[in-house]
Write a protein that binds this ligand. Structure first.
Ligand code: ADP
Ligand code: MG
Length: 248
């Protein structure tokens, strides 16, 4: 009996910007459950890869498969409908709405295709879901604040709650700790770990140390190519990774 296909896979994925090859021939699979980290130095092609697997733009070559189905070139809302959500670095949050309203609006946006959720009586259901998600990301005490009043780390947590409102199977996060203090970084990594208890996460991160302890697999990109993949132990012991990434 064949094993089930990975939740998400790429085959020969590549991206050119003009004549520049940002990504070449990346074939890799992401299992369902837990966290897989995509690591690599700045400019390695991590964000480009992230944008390709989240449908932000189409690849120049290769394919993206979700549960074995080819979704290459599908529009972004199709990726969302398949259950793939990403947290945007440039945010999706409305600064003048409250924290609660931001997540409720996102939950409503997902739900408009169900007749019930277009009705006024859906309002308390959506509000309740928003409050659950905000509690999950640690913002229970901030629900009545305007989004623009939040601290940087809290804003990032809110962006994640907005992404979760789409009820994704797969959550994609690109450097969620960028620009954070050590304290905020610790809280964000705790949150990432909690989220992965019930969902599949793909986490892009250039600080390898941060993810070694909490992901089950790593994918290492270098100069737009797949350099290595495997468990944290595999990656720690990988001679090429040590050379190009750790400078050892
Ligand atoms: P990472 O996220 O690993 O730091 P990126 O995927 O952002 O790397 O970038 C990989 C390479 O592709 C870099 O050299 C970057 O300058 C280039 N690149 C990324 N996006 C574009 C773009 N829209 N146009 C031209 N070059 C780009
Ligand atoms: Mg990047």
């Amino acid at each position: 009996v064949a094993s089930p296909p990975p939740l998400l896979a790429t085959e020969g994925l590549g991206k050119r910007f003009g004549h520049f090859r940002a990504l070449s021939d990346v074939t890799v699979g992401f299992p369902e459950g837990g966290i897989t980290a995509i690591i690599g130095p700045n400019g390695a092609g991590k964000s480009t890869f992230f944008n390709l697997i989240s449908g932000a733009f189409p690849p120049s070559e290769g394919r993206v498969l979700f549960r074995g189905r080819d979704i290459t070139g599908s529009p972004p809302h199709h990726f969302a409908r398949m259950g793939i959500a990403k947290s945007f670095q440039i945010t999706n949050v409305f600064p003048q709405l409250t924290v609660r309203e931001n997540v409720r609006v996102a939950a409503q946006a997902r739900s408009v295709r169900f007749a019930f959720f277009r009705h006024r009586s859906a309002y308390p259901v959506l509000t309740e879901r928003a409050e659950e998600l905000l509690t999950e990301v640690g913002l229970a005490s901030r629900m009545d604040r305007l989004a623009r009043e939040l601290a940087h780390g809290e804003q990032r947590a809110l962006e994640i709650a907005v992404a979760l409102a789409a009820e994704p199977t797969l959550l994609l996060l690109d450097e969620p700790t960028a620009g954070m203090s050590p304290e905020e970084t610790r809280e964000m990594m705790d949150l990432v770990q909690r989220l992965a208890e019930t969902r599949t996460l793909i986490l892009v991160e250039h600080k390898m140390k941060l993810v070694m302890g909490l992901c089950r697999r790593l994918v290492v990109l270098h100069q737009g190519q797949l350099l290595a993949e495997g468990t944290p132990d595999d990656i720690r012991a990988h001679a090429e990774v040590r050379r190009v990434y750790l400078g050892k």
